[in-house]
Design a protein around this ligand. Sequence first.
Ligand code: ZN
Length: 307
Amino acid sequence: MARIALKVDVDTWRGTREGVPTLLRMLADAGAGASFLFSLGPDHTGRAIFRALRPGFLQKVSRTSVLSHYGWRTLLYGTLLPGPDIGRREAATLRAVRDAGFEVGVHCWDHVRWQDRLLAEGEKDPDWALREMRRATDAFADAFGMPARLHGAAGWQFDAHAARAQAELGIEYASDTRGEHAFLPVDESGTVLGPPQLPTTLPTLDELIGVGELTEANVHRHLLAFTDEEEADQVYTLHAELEGMRLAPVLARLLAGWRAQGHTLVALRDQYAALMPGDLPRHRLAQGSVEGRSGTLAVQGRAFKRA
Ligand SMILES: [Zn+2]
């Protein structure tokens, strides 16, 4: 059967304090490995409230109950309240994750800023991604006393500049994209841009719940159908703010279901350790979209065939 890597995106201060401890208990009970990717700088989630003015976001707020997941207080950070610095204030929480045996890595410095601005800033200033990412890797090193090896971009916002920044900052492998299988990200000439990508292969709960007949009560069956009899490595992204809080019962059903299907639940490092990075297929980094999520995100593009 397959190895399913559980990639936990931790987006907010509240998710760090409330969602992460719940996930640690649930994953330990299930005997599951996982990789936690932290937001290490200020929580500016409140700026997302301005996105509420955009019609697409409003629809999503009502569909996935963003307010009941995040709470009003979180939505005020970075707008009416100053954004708490997560890496500094929650360093003990972060270290407890590593000390419990889970993999830790970098999600971002400022989630809202990265997600909103990466692609536009990169067109004007090729070093923007490097500066932002360096803030995050510096804060990671401060919190953990060791350099970051793993990166998973906020909101799957990722491009060639960010891939080059990873190479410069010593990131060894990453999960910034959506795709089918592990690959080396290359440009149009086939030149490798950055470390190997282990893309998210499965849909996320917030992309599924509310679509068609899918509800919190039955969405696990839909997801488990993707992995039934699956032999190839998969990556599932969960959120501390969702599966670690209100959607914890859904996660419990998924964990039980995957184990019943015979899969092993692992960290990304366990999948990476089994790869031969130099032999990975080369794929272009592309911008695309996935069902149930608004806007564009980084995807595994066309394969590059060596001449
Ligand atoms: Zn995130």
